[in-house]
Design a binder for this molecule. Structure first.
Ligand SMILES: Cc1cc2nc3c(=O)[nH]c(=O)nc-3n(C[C@H](O)[C@H](O)[C@H](O)COP(=O)(O)OP(=O)(O)OC[C@H]3O[C@@H](n4cnc5c(N)ncnc54)[C@H](O)[C@@H]3O)c2cc1C
Ligand SMILES: NC(=O)c1ccc[n+]([C@@H]2O[C@H](COP(=O)([O-])OP(=O)(O)OC[C@H]3O[C@@H](n4cnc5c(N)ncnc54)[C@H](O)[C@@H]3O)[C@@H](O)[C@H]2O)c1
Length: 493
């Protein structure tokens, strides 16, 4: 089909929101076109986000383990080195494999793929400047805007992707910077800071707020910060960047306390700007069509993903809600279900979030601070991995599971996990929340032994009753001694 035939659905943007919506629409029998300007499908997530960052996190973790942990397991090397081009090569291979996979899915599901920049010219017509330098008009009964987000710039800090980089530049540095300064202790700052820190950079994270990842449960956050500090990451909290000088060899950053005060200079070879992302709607002509946005530039939609303009929908990072790939995908499916008269469903309160550092931090539902604000009476159950047999067996027992449940009904309100594989462990909690399960429900499920998942069961038992670990109090005691010794003697470097 050519772009000028009328489609049932036209999707602008081929990221996790857009490509999933397009495939779903085609699977439901709708004639569908997806317009993408990048030249490859997969959006931010596959090209310059989730996938390349996880590839580098894994490679850098392997190096770090080989250097610092293998010897404890009796595996010895004469020397361990980083071959940065090979590390980047494996990342690039993973990315191109996956983006080409989406091309294949489009063909299989008969989604028409138009490569180019789309602009709305009416609520049912999109003018596309194609990557081949032509212009075509694509028509559709329903238009889904899935144009994603872009790095949020900071006043006076110009990103050149060399000395001052966004996450995109930080995923493709050609040398390991001696000193990396990260602006913003959020998801990107901590993940990319970990990558470069593990393979040799001295990493300093400058954060405006008084804590790292301000959205994280405070108990977990404190332990997480200690863990990152042990790995060598330095934090300058309650600090803002007020000036940047790139005239010399490196970069000189002028910082001052967030509340104002004496200025100091921090030197860096590379600065990563990771102070949030902003919806990307540039060139779409939203004003001309009359699509409403909020003051952060996010497209406003109702619970069916419909904008104020009939026939125009929006999903993913470009609308309010967590800026996460899996949330964008859920939006895409639900939006198409609604526009075909089916019932769609996304519950933004139950979207899991994972920081893929080591240890990982994963959470779903409310933090204890958020539960407190609701005024609901609650109970908390915690279980440390130091008392989990699998974690001890593999000599990786940092972290804990924390469950928050309503006192009266025992219904689970939030689960927070810090563990090497927390991003995998969180999903039994996500299912529990989705189906309004209680902590007793989790506690009564038989969990295989020895697994890290048993810590989730034990935390659930601690929430509604007692963990079995009261039988293992000697283990907990030895764990406390271990934490004490570790806190005061061990560093990863
Ligand atoms: C470094 C990094 C790491 C991340 N890691 C994770 C992670 O581990 N897990 C996670 O859940 N999320 C992660 N994210 C967030 C995730 O990438 C986004 O939430 C997700 O990509 C949003 O999907 P989307 O489809 O809404 O938008 P995007 O993925 O941004 O896709 C939008 C697409 O639209 C295209 N486009 C924009 N305007 C037009 C136009 N006018 N015409 C044609 N095409 C257009 C863009 O080129 C882009 O390809 C990460 C982000 C970054 C930056
Ligand atoms: N693992 C994942 O799921 C993952 C990974 C990377 C990115 N993402 C998504 O991408 C989005 C953007 O990531 P991000 O890390 O850029 O944003 P973020 O919102 O996660 O963190 C930004 C941090 O920067 C701080 N900040 C803001 N302005 C500042 C300033 N002027 N000086 C110093 N600090 C400042 C904020 O207080 C916050 O802690 C996230 O919201 C997340 O949803 C997800």
């Amino acid at each position: 089909a050519s772009g000028s035939d009328e489609n049932d659905v036209v999707v602008i943007g081929g990221g996790p929101g857009g490509y999933v919506a397009a495939i779903k629409a085609a699977q439901l029998g709708l004639k569908t076109t997806c317009i993408e300007k990048r030249g490859t499908l997969g959006g931010t997530c596959l090209n310059v986000g989730c996938i390349p960052s996880k590839a580098l996190l894994h490679s850098s973790h392997m190096y770090h383990e080989a250097k610092h942990a293998f010897a404890n397991h009796g595996v010895k090397f004469s020397s361990v080195e980083v071959a940065l081009p090979a590390m980047m090569g494996q990342k690039d291979k993973a990315v191109s494999n996956l983006t080409q996979g989406i091309d294949g899915l489009f063909q299989k599901n008969k989604v028409t793929y138009v490569k180019g920049y789309g602009k709305l010219v009416s609520p049912s017509e999109i003018s596309v400047d194609t990557t081949e330098g032509e212009n075509t008009v694509v028509k559709g009964k329903h238009i889904i805007i899935a144009t994603g987000s872009d790095v949020k710039s900071l006043p006076g800090v110009t990103i050149d992707e060399k000395k001052i980089v966004s996450s995109t530049g930080a995923l493709a540095l050609s040398e390991i910077p001696k000193k990396l300064v990260v602006i913003g202790a959020g998801y990107i700052g901590l993940e990319m800071g970990s990558v470069w820190g593990r393979i040799g950079s001295e990493v300093t994270v400058v954060e405006f707020a008084s804590e790292i990842v301000p959205t994280m449960d405070a108990d977990i956050r404190k332990q997480f910060q200690r863990s990152l500090e042990k790995q060598g990451m330095k934090f300058k909290l309650k600090t803002k960047v007020v000036g940047v000088d790139t005239s010399g060899d490196g970069v000189k950053l002028t910082v001052e306390p967030s509340a104002g005060g004496e200025q100091t200079i921090i030197e860096a070879d590379v600065v990563l700007v990771s102070a949030g992302r902003t919806p990307f709607t540039s060139g779409l002509n939203l004003d001309k069509i009359g699509v409403e946005t909020d003051k952060l530039g996010r497209i406003l939609v109702n619970e069916r993903f419909s904008t104020n303009v009939s026939g125009v929908y929006a999903i993913g990072d470009v609308i309010p809600g967590p800026m996460l790939a899996h949330k964008a995908e859920e939006d895409g499916v639900a939006c198409v279900e609604y526009l075909t008269g089916k019932v769609g469903h996304v519950d933004y309160d139950k979207v899991p979030g994972v920081v893929y550092t080591n240890p990982e931090v994963a959470s779903v539902g409310k933090t204890e601070e958020q539960v407190k604000e609701t005024g609901v009476e609650y109970r908390v159950g915690k279980f440390p991995f130091l008392a989990n047999s699998r974690a001890k067996a593999i000599d990786n027992a940092e972290g804990l599971v924390k469950i928050i449940a309503e006192k009266e009904t025992d219904k689970i309100l939030g689960v927070h996990i810090m563990a090497p594989n927390a991003g995998e462990l969180i999903h039994e909690a996500a299912i529990a929340l989705q189906y309004d399960a209680s902590s007793e429900d989790i506690a009564r499920v038989c969990h295989a032994h020895p697994t890290m998942s048993e810590a989730v069961k034990e935390a659930a038992m601690a929430t509604y009753d007692k963990p079995h670990s009261h039988l293992k109090s000697w283990l907990l005691l030895s764990s406390l001694v271990f934490i004490f010794v570790q806190e005061f003697t061990m560093t990863w470097r």
